[in-house]
Write a protein that binds this ligand. Structure first.
Ligand code: MGD
Ligand code: MGD
Ligand code: MO
Length: 708
């Protein structure tokens, strides 16, 4: 293994020691943390200075991890709901773990006796630990034969689009962004959502690199960029084709790279010929001259790195937009450079034995897997699904009432009196308000796990720093206990956290050959077995069916998609649905707030104080047209629902676009709603992903009535 870190000296004062830990959250950086513990109490968290990604720095949120761990509102005991379902306080009764587990097991056995698919686990990204997310809980639900959640809230569209071209989730190493000459931030705001990448970008800028941001919103990062192109939301696929048009027309293509390492150049070029700068200007709202300039700047140097994140794929055509953008580096031969190429995510660089982790062999009939239920359409599933209907929902590491689209429909579903809902949580979230039983979960400081950095080339270990608080128990321990109650005797349902973790990288003699679990435990992190100068496709070798970068994809075609990337306009827009756009002429974007992590940390007092009340940003022209002035309470609404926020009038947003940073808890908002009251549960073109940012709305001053 290369780059094995030297052990950090462990400072010892009386009764004090340092524990190696990993940030568990859904963020591409996956930081290594050091936790100082004195007399059994964690007193300090800091970034590991030796970990190349973290470089000793934690983000705004995770630097408050102790406030989260020792928060007075932590859920400490199992509880049973004694009042009606729905938001409210004080309708809980403490019960023992025995009673909680017996109640769940009795209910599950009764449902499973008829059809276990009546039970649905709902889990997402509260922790991305290989043990507590991908391991023991999934084993339990496989053994049960429960319906499987189709985990689409974040990334499946982009991954489908990227994989169509590149073949796997492999891209440019963030470390090499520091050496790029040009960095394109395509629909991502790393200052808020991936600060350790921003540290590399800042370094590149000090060395003279240019940064271009492509985003309908002048985000914190776009504000710092040398050039900001504020296109209309959901039009990136057309812009990428416009860039290709100019690159091809002006001879900026690396013909040698294209000939040797790509497939489908001729049809791609023919398609790109249709996307003249003028046509693309009409679609994107950018000037034709700017599209020309973007293409020429992009084509000028191979040491050009594009950073996409998942923001831009939350539209009806999100997968194909990513697919079109992913063609660009091969066209100019940027993959030849370690500092060139593109990064969506790096998950595919980690070889993990997911089958061993998730115990899919435990399925009652592996040849006939249970039905899957799309997590973005959970409201629909709870209110309409039949044969069998969902009779029990088990929520863990997710807060769907806050994060799932169209949450009004979801709340109707969760209010069904016959639905049995269990939520395993650290806090009494909005979702807990609908639970029959809530179970207390540990935080990362109280459990063992290992993590793969899905945006980095590192594995990171997490040792427990302190004992569980109250009667909290980890995900894995919960499902070990529940498996025993169900009478399951499979040994793999009782394995320890370390035993599960040890299997993650154990793929035989060649894959991960130099991975050393015991060394990882000692040193905290390990780099994958890849070269320092990581340039994954410098000599081609794409993990696609053809081994080439596939501009044209037969396999997507066979699966019902198109041979080439296509521009698919946003569903809720002038182009997609003119009638709807007349009634709801504004497009709402709800990207992550810097101080929150999805809906996590939205209950941490010091962060909420810094952030203030939820707000929406609106362009001065759109505000004037609606008699909205700065600071007004406004109601953002469409046919699905409404939420009330403060208006900030600013030209940071494009005309016709609203930006409401998210995700607030409903119960911490003045009207008991959040932005997902208006988002749609429609799915993306490929990958069946959520389309949060494909949301047409109107906004009006709030007059105190419930709906405008
Ligand atoms: N502080 C913080 N960090 C986070 C998170 C968080 O909640 N808070 N969430 C984490 C998670 S789960 C994820 S998936 C990532 C998300 O990471 P990103 O997707 O990079 O999220 P943002 O950084 O907000 O960047 C999204 C940007 O896309 C822009 N955008 C929206 N629609 C379009 C479009 O159609 N085209 C273009 N070009 N731009 C568009 C938005 O205006 C926004 O500025 O961040 C992770 N990091
Ligand atoms: N409007 C809008 N909605 C969005 C997005 C958006 O940009 N706009 N972004 C989407 C994206 S990118 C994502 S990834 C999803 C994220 O959606 P979720 O995965 O639901 O993320 P969180 O809101 O952070 O909720 C995670 C919950 O898990 C709990 N938790 C943390 N650790 C543990 C643990 O070890 N055990 C248990 N049992 N619980 C734990 C936390 O307390 C928290 O309440 O949201 C999506 N929703
Ligand atoms: Mo996400």
């Amino acid at each position: 293994m290369k780059h094995v870190p030297t052990a950090v000296p462990v400072p010892i004062s009386s009764g004090e020691h340092v524990v190696r830990s990993a940030c568990p959250h859904d963020c591409p950086d996956t930081c290594a943390m050091l936790v100082t513990v004195k007399d059994g109490v964690a007193t300090k968290v800091r970034g590991d200075p030796t970990h190349p990604t973290t470089q000793g720095t934690l983000c705004t949120k995770v630097s408050r991890y102790l406030e989260r761990t020792y928060h007075p509102e932590r859920l400490l005991y199992p509880m049973r709901r004694i009042g009606p379902k729905g938001p409210g306080q004080g309708r809980w009764e403490r019960i023992s773990w025995d009673e909680a587990l017996d109640t769940i097991a009795t209910r599950f056995k009764a449902i499973a006796a008829v059809d276990p698919q009546g039970i649905l686990p709902y889990s997402y990204s509260g922790t991305l630990g290989l043990v507590h997310n991908f391991g023991m809980p999934r084993r339990f639900f496989h053994k049960l034969g429960a319906s499987q959640p189709e985990r689409v809230l974040c990334s499946t569209a982009g991954r489908a689009g990227y994989n169509a071209v590149i073949g796997a989730q492999i891209g440019t190493d963030i470390a090499h962004f520091a050496d790029a000459k040009l960095i394109v931030l395509w629909g991502t705001n790393p200052i808020a959502s991936s600060v350790h990448l921003w540290m590399r970008i800042a370094e590149a800028r000090r060395k003279g690199a240019q940064v271009i941001a492509i985003d309908p919103y002048r985000s914190l990062s776009a504000e710092k960029a040398d050039w900001h192109l504020a296109l209309k939301p959901g039009t990136d696929g057309a812009l990428a084709y416009g860039v290709m048009h100019v690159l091809i027309r002006d001879g900026l293509v690396d013909r040698d790279y294209v000939d040797r390492h790509t497939l489908g150049y001729a049809p791609l070029a023919a398609r790109a010929a249709e996307f003249t700068p003028e046509i693309v200007a009409g679609i994107t709202g950018l000037a034709a001259a700017d599209i020309e300039r973007l293409a020429r700047t992009y084509g000028a140097d191979r040491a050009t790195a594009i950073r996409m994140n998942f923001g831009l794929q939350r539209h009806a055509g999100g997968a194909n937009a990513v697919r079109a953008i992913a063609c660009l580096p091969a066209l100019i031969g940027a993959w030849r450079e370690a500092a060139g190429g593109i990064l969506l995510d790096q998950a595919g660089a980690h070889a993990i034995d997911f089958a061993a982790l998730d115990g899919r062999h435990l399925l009652p009939d592996p040849a006939r897997p249970p039905r899957s239920v799309n997590m973005a359409q959970i409201g629909r599933a709870l209110t309409t699904l039949d044969d069998p209907p969902i009779q029990a929902l088990f929520v863990y590491i997710s807060n769907p009432v806050a994060v799932a689209p169209d949450n009004a429909l979801l709340r109707r579903g969760l209010s069904r009196p016959d639905l049995f809902t269990v939520v395993h949580e650290i806090f009494l979230t909005d979702t807990c308000d609908y639970a029959d039983i809530v179970l207390p979960a540990t935080t990362q400081l109280e459990q063992f796990d290992i993590h793969r950095g899905y945006g980095t080339l590192y594995a990171v270990v997490n040792h427990p720093a302190i004992a569980p608080i109250g009667e909290a128990c980890s995900n894995a321990e919960l499902f070990r206990r529940l498996a025993a109650r169900m009478g399951y005797d499979d040994a793999c349902l009782q394995e320890s956290d370390e035993d599960v973790a040890r299997q993650a990288h154990d793929l035989g003699a060649t894959v991960n050959a130099s991975f050393d679990f015991d060394a990882l435990k000692r040193t905290g992190w390990q780099r994958l077995d890849v070269a320092e100068r990581y340039a994954p496709f410098a000599d081609g070798g794409f993990p696609t069916p053809s081994g080439k970068c596939e501009f044209a994809s037969e396999s997507v075609l066979r699966q019902g998609g198109t041979l080439l990337p296509e521009f698919i306009p946003p569903r809720e827009s002038e182009l997609g649905d003119p009638e709807l756009a007349r009634r709801y002429p504004l497009m709402l974007l709800t990207p992550p707030a810097r101080h929150f992590l999805n809906s996590s940390f939205s209950s941490i007092d010091s962060l909420v104080r810094e952030v203030g009340e939820p707000w929406v940003e609106i362009h001065p022209d759109d505000a004037t047209a609606r008699s909205i002035t700065a600071g007004d309470r406004v109601r953002v609404y469409n046919d699905r629902g409404a939420f009330t926020v403060d208006a900030r009038v600013t030209d940071k947003v494009r005309r016709g676009v609203l930006v409401a940073p998210s995700i607030w808890w409903l119960k911490k908002s003045s009207d008991g709603e959040n932005s997902n009251a208006v988002t749609s549960d429609a799915l993306t073109d490929l990958g069946r992903g959520a389309t949060y940012y494909d949301t047409a709305v109107e906004v009006a001053c709030f007059d105190g009535m419930s709906r405008p």
